[in-house]
Design a protein. Structure first.
Length: 290
């Protein structure tokens, strides 16, 4: 279709850059787990299945956890709530939050103290002072871990090298909330063997744009909208058809990406991708509820 399509399809090898690095991250987490009181498992409310780390339960064992579903403001809350209920039924503590909303992140702090009350009470029984609760923040890239940490610490930026191949030093961050935070010491990935998972993560900005075949992502987004959110597709682009060529034509005309009767497919793909990643399309949850 375009230069874009010459890029490799969205295959495991595109995003699973350094399996050795991921193994190291997991080892660091396992070693540190004994010092952790609670895990904040952060996932994106628009992809409540796709953004979950596949073997997280093996990794964090039976630690207390809060499943924090971020970007509530961008998701389809009806679908996301069904996923939230599904995880609650598994016994997780779940919070669906908009991290840009100050009241929402306070809910995380309150729930942390509620859940860890038993630890403090045990200490009290032994005549010890209350302790700082140590929370490990864990999740795949782009789910909002740094935003969450910045909110709780009240700092602007804590994001150390957040790219594959770079393992961070373990770095505990003090806060004024009686909680000390530890960021994921590297990159972790979800269920890479499922193509839809990779497409959903790519569509929401979790994979570097430069390695993506944007035509593939764009078609994934348009088809998904056609099947699940036809009103958004109609409203945003004036489309109520799922013929790919026609969809590209309509969008190209709308955004001025036609020259001498030639459609600039790259421009259309980029536009649709940017619309979803850049929060111009809201109210969408990409993991269907079955
Ligand atoms: P990470 O550490 O897990 O990789 O994620 P990070 O906090 O960097 O968040 C990724 C992007 O998601 C950021 O946008 C951040 O602002 C946004 N974000 C996080 N939580 C929420 C939320 O609840 N709602 C909305 N609407 N956005 C959220 P960015 O464009 O990459 O950077 P920025 O300039 O906005 O900070």
């Amino acid at each position: 279709m375009s230069n874009n399509s010459e890029k490799q399809g969205l295959h495991k090898s595109v995003i699973n850059w350094y399996p050795g690095h991921m193994a190291k991250t997991k080892r660091l987490i396992s070693d540190e787990l004994k010092n952790i009181d609670i895990v904040y498992e952060v996932i994106d409310a628009r992809i409540p299945y796709s953004s979950k780390i596949k073997d997280i339960d093996n990794l964090i064992k039976n630690k207390q956890r809060i499943l924090i579903m971020t970007k509530k403001d961008l998701c389809d809350i009806n679908i996301t709530n069904k996923w939230a209920k599904f995880y609650e039924d598994k016994g997780y503590n779940v919070l669906v939050v908009d991290l840009k909303d100050n009241n929402d992140y306070k809910k995380i702090i309150d729930l942390t103290h509620e859940i860890t009350k038993n630890i403090q009470e045990k200490r009290k029984g032994k005549g010890l002072k209350e302790k700082e609760i140590r929370a490990l923040v864990i999740g795949i890239p782009n789910v909002g871990k740094s935003t969450l940490i910045n909110k709780i610490t009240g700092k602007k930026s804590t994001n150390v090298e957040n790219r594959p191949g770079v393992t961070k030093n373990l770095n505990y961050l003090k806060t004024n909330e009686g909680i000390t935070l530890l960021d994921t010491p590297g990159i972790l990935w979800p269920k890479l063997d499922e193509e839809k998972v990779a497409l959903n993560i790519a569509s929401t900005g979790g994979i570097r744009k430069e390695v993506l075949n944007l035509d593939e992502i764009c078609l994934h987004i348009l088809n998904f909208l056609y099947e699940n959110y036809p009103n958004i597709l109609k409203e945003k682009y004036g489309i109520n058809d799922n013929d790919p060529i026609l969809m590209y034509e309509i969008i190209a005309k709308k955004i001025g990406a036609v020259k001498n009767n030639e459609i600039n497919y790259d421009k259309v793909s980029e536009k649709v991708y940017n619309d979803l990643v850049g929060e111009k399309i809201k109210g969408v949850t990409l993991d269907k509820w079955q």
